[in-house]
Write a new protein. Structure first.
Length: 180
């Protein structure tokens, strides 16, 4: 049974964030020297460029979500699972806004300047202070691990909807399924 689809803007913002978050995790999981030309400075530069971009896209996504009603949850899903789904989605919004802000705070504390996809250098938002930078960075890192757990939950639920239930929920966020 096909459910109503998300609109094209919501889908685009969703998949852009998926790509950006994947890039962020890759910049922290690849070791310098793993591939020819991969350096710690290069990986950090990418991380400091993608993070603010995630923040910008998530603010756009939040604005879109608050002004555009998403498809309703399937009525045959138990209320506790609907609540878990809603909590998971709002956890994404919170984490994907808070984590880049914490990264910006940490970078500022170290005296580094993140950029918006290498185009615009962002100002420091706190004074240089290595102790504070390490503290902000530690929280940033722990929340990134929490984000990974939320991603695992989300992907598991999408897989359950797509394979076990085949109820159309998985398909409604896939590109090319407008208005279904």
């Amino acid at each position: 049974m096909q459910r109503e689809s998300y609109d094209p803007v919501a889908k685009t913002l969703h998949w852009v964030v998926v790509g950006l978050v994947t890039a962020q995790f890759v910049t922290k999981l690849i070791s310098p020297g793993t591939f020819a030309g991969v350096t710690e400075n290069g990986l950090n530069a990418w991380h400091l460029a993608v993070g603010p971009t995630i923040l910008l896209v998530m603010l756009l996504r939040l604005a879109w979500r608050l002004t555009h009603t998403p498809p309703p949850p399937p009525q045959d899903i138990a209320a506790p699972l609907q609540l878990l789904s809603l909590a998971t989605h709002w956890a994404f919004y919170g984490l994907l806004i808070i984590i880049p802000v914490l990264g910006w705070l940490s970078a500022s504390g170290y005296g580094a300047h993140p950029t918006l996809m290498f185009l615009f250098k962002l100002p420091a938002i706190v004074p240089t202070d290595k102790g504070s930078a390490e503290w902000w960075g530690a929280i940033h890192g722990w929340l990134a691990w929490l984000l990974l757990a939320v991603i695992a939950l989300h992907v598991s639920a999408a897989t359950w909807h797509g394979l076990a239930r085949d109820d159309g929920v998985f398909a409604r966020m896939m590109p090319g399924r407008a208005g279904q």
